[in-house]
Every structure is written in C-alpha cells, then in structure tokens.
Design a protein around this ligand. Structure first.
Ligand code: FES
Length: 298
C-alpha cells in the first residue's frame, strides 16, 4: 500500500499503487468540477514529497514555474510512491439564521432536505414547534462527475449514467436521513421527509431522464411531486414515513425556489419583492401576490 498525506489538514490515507486519486480524494472532500476532464485546474494539488511526473494534461494547464513548484492535477494522478500533497480548495460553508416562518403545527417529526448541486443539507424538525433538532450536511457525491448541472446532464445521458447518478445521490441523502432519525428516542415518530432541489436534481433523484433539459425549449415532461416509501429508496428508516420530492416550477426553476417563495411569503405580499438564490445555479424571483417572474442560470 502507498501512504498519502493530505496537507494542510494532515490527513493520512492508504491506497493501492496506481489507484485513481480522483476516486480516493473525493471521499475526503476534494472536488473535481470538470469531472476529471483536465480543463478546470480546480483539483490542483502540490506535491510536497514523493514523485509524480507531470502528465500531458499537467503541461497543458500549468506553466513551467508551476510544474517546478510541484503543481499537478489530482484527477490525473495514479500514485506509485508515498506522497505528501498540499490540497488548496474551496470548502462548502452552510449559512443558517433564525428567521421566523409561517407553518402549521402537526404531530411528530420531519426531515427537510435541500438537494443542492454542490451541497446536501438536511434538518430534523420538530413539527409541533418548528425547532430544528439536528443538521447534517455533506458534498453532493455527484460532484465527481462535474460541478454544474450541465455536466451532470451530460453524464446522465451516457449508458448507465442516470442509474449511477441516481443511486449515489439516494445513498448519500439516505445516510444523512438515517443519521438524523437515529437522534429520535422513538424513530416511529418520523412522519415526513421532504426534499427540494433544482429540476436536474429532482430528475436525477427521481430517476427521470434529464434529456429534455439538455436542449431548447428545456421543457421537461415531468415536473411533478414524487412520493416514495423509504424501502423503495433502500433507506433504513420507519417505512411509514412519507418521502416526497416537491414539484418543480419549470425547466430550470426547481422546488428549492418554490420552498424559498413559500418560506419568505413572497407569494402573499402586496409589495413587489425579490428573492435571489446565489448557489451553483442562480435564480432570481421577482413578484408579489398578483404575479411572480423568475429567471435562472446554470
Ligand atoms: S482539471 Fe478539472 S477535475 Fe481535474
């Protein structure tokens, strides 16, 4: 086995000689925004110790000084010796606040999941009080196939791609939901798991082909609310809990925006208000109780 030390955190891992570093490092939070195509440089690591000869892809994206400093594309490394690598990369930050919102109290507990293109966030909520009792977040495991929704659509349209993207997403969300459920003294009181996300995430989670989203007029056939039993998804939570992915609004306007509109009350206000989602995909909503307009970009 080969030992790889990741700096600046000092994390040490062991891998088989010749293992694809792209597969190994992903589990440690390193992202591969272009899906390992060697274009984006975002996966760059600096070799502090060990031997990694530059590849053709390295030579095409790094200049001579950078190569001499040890910079390499992690997506192209197949390590043959022990390595110490410096990983310089963006880290996901979850922002939250205590803003009040309108809700109808009900019995039991629920889990709300935001299925983001980059980040998955789940909250365990007491449905009687609205209090958040637990939070789980992690990177979307689909990141290894590209950072944006267009790369995901491209991968999903390859043979077996949709199955793979659907399966890893359901497994990741399932493990977060299972961890939050384990916080409950009586897991049978978990009544509802609600997921929201953009239209591509909706399609990939629900195992719907995103093909209509890949070309004009970007009009998917199925934007509907989807309901699952936990066993259908392979999740180990009480099977009486209802799992629902909320409906999308349009081609690239998903249920995350719908949830934002409902939570902020934009649809009930008499004054025109704006809601802006600065995520991996961006959406701007403008409107009031009489009319709502929305634009989005990937
Ligand atoms: S260059 Fe984009 S993931 Fe490696």
């Amino acid at each position: 086995m080969i030992r790889i030390q990741l700096e600046p955190v000092g994390q040490s891992i062991e891998v088989e000689p010749g293992a694809r570093l792209r597969d190994v490092l992903f589990a440690y939070g390193v992202e591969f925004p272009c899906g390992g195509r060697g274009h984006c440089r975002k996966c760059r690591v600096r070799v502090l110790s060990g031997r990694v000869p530059p590849t053709e892809a390295d030579r095409s994206v790094f200049n001579e000084d950078e190569l001499a400093e040890g910079w390499r594309l992690a997506c192209r490394i197949l390590p043959e010796t022990d390595l110490v690598l410096e990983v310089g990369q963006w880290q996901a930050v979850i922002l939250a606040d205590e803003s009040p919102f309108v809700f109808t109290p009900s019995e039991g507990f629920g889990i709300a999941v935001d299925v983001g293109t980059t980040t998955l966030v789940a909250q365990l909520v007491d449905l009687e009080t609205g209090h958040v009792l637990g939070l789980e977040s992690r990177l979307n495991p689909q990141l290894r196939y590209g950072a944006d929704v267009m790369s995901r659509i491209e991968y999903a349209l390859q043979p077996g791609g949709l199955e793979e993207l659907c399966s890893i997403l359901r497994t990741a969300v399932g493990s977060m939901v299972e961890r939050l459920t384990s916080l409950l003294a009586d897991p049978s009181r978990l009544h509802h798991v609600v997921l929201v996300g953009n239209t591509v995430m909706h399609h990939l989670f629900c195992h719907l082909s995103p093909e209509p989203l890949s070309h004009y007029p970007f009009q998917p056939e199925d934007l509907e609310l989807k309901t699952f039993a936990p066993a259908q998804l392979g999740w180990s939570i009480p099977n009486a809990a209802l799992v629902q992915f909320l409906p999308c609004v349009g081609g690239f306007v998903g249920s995350d925006i719908l949830a934002g509109i409902l939570a902020t009350g934009l649809d009930r206000t008499t004054q025109i208000q704006a809601l802006i989602d600065l995520g991996t995909n961006g959406e701007i909503v403008l409107g009031s109780s009489t009319r709502i307009l929305c634009a989005s970009t990937a």
